[in-house]
Design a protein around this ligand. Structure first.
Ligand code: NAD
Length: 293
């Protein structure tokens, strides 16, 4: 295999997109990060600077290396800046219509031999790949949040993904300092197939009044040694993403056990998306998160 990746494109500059750009630049790749929202693209760069600085202050990153890594990243709204990328990783909002529209724009500018990976939490890699002109060069690369800190990347082969594509992406995950795990192309793959029903059940537990936000999170932290309670974790992931994953599980596996909790639906309808919107199961407007129920 003589395919060399030098420049990586990232679509979406939210919490996952900026994290992916961060680890790619740190590993020596040039990066272009695109967002449809120009302010979000700028905010993504600020966030990377802030997160890299934190690594410097903890002694995990040298200040000179940080400056070099940051200089490797550009951000903007123009797809033409993907034209010299060997790989683009799509990390935009978890919505199949949005992702398909992005793929249409992407294939129009990408070199014919460039690979495309999606960081989707749940959507079929086969279906997304079939929407491109290169299903063989399309693969799932599911990073965990926060990307710079979490060790795992799930690699998902669609039915048409070439063996070379899979091998290149697996090798890239290792170069980024991550541990790749293979997951087959079933709704929500491995981690979210297990994690999201647990979070959804925690929301049902709150909805039915079995416990308050604090009792549910404390019970799961102290009772099962989870580092975060499930409601705190839901806020951290983003309630819109949690709901989108539950919908994919419910529809994809056609089993009522995956029915999204109505309280989760209501929170998303209210725009209470968790940390990123300032309110979810906790209110983040003050110095410390305050439980809302
Ligand atoms: P986010 O809401 O923080 O960011 C999404 C970004 O996508 C926003 O900046 C938005 O402006 C941008 N966007 C929306 N439509 C776009 C378009 N048409 N073109 C370009 N950019 C567009 O969401 P996130 O948490 O970063 O999630 C992104 C992806 O990563 C989703 O597929 C999600 O399922 C997946 N993911 C999320 C987590 C998590 O814990 N949040 C973990 C693993 C994977």
């Amino acid at each position: 295999m003589s395919f060399e990746i030098k420049k990586i494109g990232v679509v979406g500059s939210g919490q996952m997109g900026n994290g992916i750009a961060h680890v790619c630049a740190k590993a020596g790749y040039d990066v272009f990060m695109l967002d449809s929202n120009a302010d979000a693209a700028k905010d993504g760069l600020v966030k990377i600077d802030h997160n890299m600085e934190r690594e410097v202050s903890r002694g995990q990153f040298d200040a000179a290396a940080k400056a070099k890594a940051l200089a490797r990243i550009t951000a903007g709204t123009n797809y033409k800046d993907f034209k010299d990328c060997q790989l683009v990783i799509e990390a935009a909002t978890e919505d199949e219509t949005i992702k398909k529209a992005i793929l249409t724009e992407l294939v129009a500018v990408l070199p014919a031999d460039a690979l495309i990976a999606s960081n989707t939490s749940s959507i079929s890699i086969t279906r997304l790949g079939a929407h491109t002109d290169r299903p063989g060069k399309f693969v799932g690369m599911h990073f965990m949040n926060p990307v710079p800190r979490m060790e795992l990347v799930e690699i998902i082969r669609g039915i048409a993904t070439d063996e070379d594509t899979y091998a290149i992406i697996r090798e890239l995950a290792v170069k980024l300092g991550k541990t790749p795990v293979n997951a087959e192309d079933f709704p929500a793959f491995i981690v979210n197939r297990i994690l999201l029903p647990m979070i959804n059940e925690a929301i049902y537990t709150l909805y039915e009044g079995v416990g308050s936000v604090v009792s549910i999170d404390t019970a799961m932290k102290l009772g099962t040694h989870h580092p975060m309670g499930p409601l705190e974790l839901a806020d951290f992931i983003g309630l819109d993403t949690c709901l989108a994953v539950m919908h994919v599980l419910h529809e994809g596996l056609a089993d009522t056990k995956y029915r999204p909790c109505p309280l989760l639906v209501k929170y998303v309808e209210a725009g209470w998306l968790g940390r990123k919107s300032g309110r979810g199961f906790y209110d983040y407007s003050g110095d410390e998160p305050v439980p809302t129920r």
